[in-house]
Design a protein around this ligand. Structure first.
Ligand code: 5GP
Length: 202
């Protein structure tokens, strides 16, 4: 790979349909690697260890914090979530772009360490869709659903800190928008300057 990898941070409230959009973004694009987070949350049906998350207990998570093994971490609806540092550094050094599915606090921590990170916020066009999707998923108790809705409202307030907002009413269209953002970022003059150096006026 001859171009340097990007950090692509995708956030958006639980129920915004991010996972589906992200998997469509990554289909057929070998230059983008997904950052698999560690979490203390229990796996949902269909989720796989090391693919969707590394499912670990609180003690293990806290030891990762203490040993500086996480690039960022946060607590979200009673559970810890964090990004293992090593795979991110390795993938970036190989020229891959790394895509993060993380919430707003984590996104701000990444932006602080990597100001060039691209921050994308995904939401449906209608907020009420979030509650509908959380209920349809059928994985959370009523109490957890209410907590996730409250957290979603707080996350909306942070959206102005993002570089892009993608509307997800149709996952294919939302994935198309994210791919377009990644492409445009790669084509920025600052990233393509090296192609100008061979030309001289002589
Ligand atoms: P869920 O439990 O629905 O999989 O995820 C809950 C929230 O945690 C989502 O907004 C998701 O983006 C976020 N999340 C997942 N992994 C991480 C992580 O490593 N760090 C942070 N800060 N948030 C994460």
């Amino acid at each position: 790979m001859n171009e340097s990898g990007k950090l692509i941070v995708v956030s958006g409230p639980s129920g915004a349909g991010k996972s589906t959009v992200i998997s469509r973004v990554m289909e057929n694009d070998k230059s983008v690697v997904f950052s698999v987070s560690a979490t203390t949350r229990a796996p949902r049906a269909g989720e796989h260890e090391g693919v969707d998350y590394f499912f670990i207990d609180k003690k293990h998570f806290e030891s990762m914090i203490d040993n500086g093994e996480l690039l960022e971490h946060t607590q979200y609806v009673d559970n810890y979530y964090g990004t293992p540092k090593l795979p991110v550094l390795e993938n970036l050094s190989k020229g891959f772009s790394v895509l993060f599915d993380i919430e707003v606090q984590g996104a701000m921590q990444i932006k602080k360490q990597y100001p060039e990170a691209i921050l994308i916020f995904v939401i449906p066009s209608d907020f009420s869709e979030i509650e509908k999707r959380l209920r349809k998923r059928g994985t959370d108790s009523e109490e957890k659903i209410q907590q996730r809705i409250k957290t979603a409202k707080i996350e909306y307030l942070m959206a102005l800190n993002y570089d892009y907002i993608v509307i997800n009413d149709d996952p294919d269209l939302a994935a198309f928008e994210i791919k377009a953002i990644i492409t445009a970022e790669k084509c920025k003059t600052v990233n393509r300057k090296k192609y100008l150096t061979e030309v001289s006026l002589s």
